[in-house]
Design a protein around this ligand. Structure first.
Ligand code: AMP
Length: 214
């Protein structure tokens, strides 16, 4: 089961990916998480990606394609995977198709989570992330029990740099320009399913299970 979660920043791709992982037992591959991990560890890749990420710009295709395809060759991907945040450009999608087809494989489903801009801004700017375990909260929608503290592990919650108002707005613009054309790309390929990303977590997940099957 080779899946892509497609949608604007703040649509809830990461949240649905976690639920998919739990139910279908396939790895969650987030290029954003891979970059953040590299920034945290001070690697060369992290240094290269940081500037782009903090500005809400896309990291150059060559870098992203290399880390994504490298990750896809790992053993845990043989029964499938859920890609979150990759591909983000038509070029990345074409390269992914070529890579998979060379391995005798393909993308089975593209789940497109759609949310309007106003709602996205509220979601992104209110998001708070645990500095230790990565759990995600929201000041209004999923408030932690104690202000600024992670419910899961007790560490401090912070706002991601790229979740600030200005950067969030930039990311949505970049999404509309660079990534939204993928909707048409996968519609043409015939494997895209639309999911209303404002239905609430459980309803959205039920819709996904309806598409993927039990
Ligand atoms: P995300 O966590 O998916 O929102 O990604 C955070 C940031 O990482 C993005 O705003 C980009 O700067 C960078 N990034 C992640 N995935 C990609 C990708 N497929 N192509 C280009 N940049 C990416």
């Amino acid at each position: 089961m080779n899946l892509i979660l497609l949608g604007p920043p703040g649509a809830g791709k990461g949240t649905q990916a976690a639920k998919i992982v739990e139910k279908y037992n396939i790895p969650h591959i987030s290029t954003g998480d891979i970059f953040r991990e590299n920034i945290k560890n001070g690697t060369e890749l992290g240094k290269k990606a940081k500037e782009y990420m903090n500005a809400g710009q896309l990291v150059p295709d060559e870098l992203v394609i290399e880390i994504a395809t490298d990750r896809l060759t790992k053993d845990d991907c043989t029964d499938g995977f859920v890609l979150d945040g990759f591909p983000r450009t038509v070029f990345q999608a074409e390269e992914l198709d070529k890579f998979l087809s060379a391995m005798g494989s393909k993308i089975d489903h593209v789940l497109y989570l759609d949310v309007n801009r106003e709602e996205l801004m509220i979601r992104i700017t209110g998001r708070r992330i645990c500095t230790n375990c990565g759990a995600s909260f929201h000041l209004v929608n999923i408030p932690p029990k104690q202000d600024g503290i992670c419910d899961v592990c007790g560490a401090e919650l912070i706002q991601r740099k790229d979740d600030s108002e200005e950067t969030a707005s930039n990311r949505i613009e970049v999404y509309n320009r660079e990534t939204k054309p993928l909707v048409e790309y996968y519609e043409k390929a015939g494997n895209l399913s639309h999911i209303d990303g404002t239905l609430g977590l459980e309803n959205e997940f039920n819709a996904i299970v309806g598409i993927l099957g039990e």
